[in-house]
Design a protein around this ligand. Structure first.
Ligand SMILES: Nc1ncnc2c1ncn2[C@@H]1O[C@H](COP(=O)(O)OP(=O)(O)OP(=O)(O)O)[C@@H](O)[C@H]1O
Ligand SMILES: [Mg+2]
Length: 257
């Protein structure tokens, strides 16, 4: 399904990044990243394997420290943030990991309850049950509530992983390769779910992918990471309207083969 264009509020960046640099040993992965994520938008970050996409969202969520640069997330300067503030901030950011990261020894219900019990002190059993049922309904998997993760398909695991982050009502969603390893039909379903989440939960999202169908279907804006910087930013058509030899093969590979 094609995305309905979302009107993002451009006066109000929820994430703002200037001059971000990150190296590992001698290898400079991020070499001066500037980026704004606006309230209510889906921003897709495209880039080849190893270009630093996962590193970028780990830095945004405070899992990794940058070497240089200014990063503001939901009003917090990440350089000055205290450990306590970081803990509170993480609850406001949903992180959908590249591998879904479900607890294999717990049922779907227990997986979903886990973040609530840990982060919402004093929550009642009835409130937990309602929250679990609501997010399962939102991702269309109410029937799996008593199943184990090993009994789910790859696409279902992705959905449950997304539900587990939604249960805390995050303001920002970070999706790391949400469609990796899924068949094309399931990819489209996950893309639709990302758009539904944007509408229903009013989230601002960064979606990392190298799947151009996902980029086109979910992105209000696309930012292309090349050689450690965002070289091209705009709508899907704007980003790919170029003869740049680093960009064209990316497009051709995804759409011709
Ligand atoms: N903790 C770390 N220690 C050392 N090097 C790291 C670390 N994390 C990432 N790197 C390196 O940084 C580079 C970028 O990694 P990253 O995981 O961000 O790539 P990516 O763009 O997400 O790739 P993919 O599309 O394959 O997931 C890689 O060369 C990787 O080896
Ligand atoms: Mg990655």
């Amino acid at each position: 399904m094609k995305k309905t264009q979302t009107q993002a509020d451009h006066s109000n960046p929820v994430i703002s990044i200037r001059g971000l640099k990150k190296s590992f040993q001698d290898y400079a992965v991020l070499r001066g990243i500037d980026l704004d994520l606006y309230q209510g938008e889906n921003l897709v970050v495209l880039g080849r394997s190893g270009t630093g996409k996962s590193v970028l969202i780990k830095i945004i969520s405070g899992l990794l420290k940058p070497d240089a640069g200014e990063i503001t997330v939901l009003g917090h300067n990440m350089e000055q943030i205290t450990e306590k503030e970081l803990q509170d901030l993480r609850v406001r950011i949903g992180f959908s990991f590249q591998n879904s990261a479900l607890y294999d020894s717990m049922t779907v219900r227990k997986n979903l309850e886990f973040p609530l019990v840990r982060n919402r002190k004093g929550i009642t059993r009835a409130e937990i049950n309602t929250a679990v049922e609501t997010v399962l309904d939102a991702v269309g998997l109410s029937q799996t509530i008593n199943q184990m993760p090993s009994e789910l398909s790859g696409g279902q695991r992705k959905r449950i992983g997304i539900a587990r982050t939604l249960i805390l009502n995050p303001e920002v969603m970070l999706y790391d390769e949400p469609t990796a390893g899924l068949d094309p039909i399931t990819c489209i379903e996950i893309n639709d779910l990302i758009n539904e989440v944007q509408q229903r939960y009013n989230t601002s999202s960064i979606i990392i992918t190298h799947d151009l169908t996902c980029a086109k279907q979910t992105g209000d804006r696309i930012a292309m990471l090349l050689d450690g910087q965002f070289q091209r930013t705009g709508t899907f058509d704007e980003v790919f309207d170029t003869d740049d030899s680093r960009v064209k093969p990316f497009f051709d590979y995804n759409f011709i083969h």
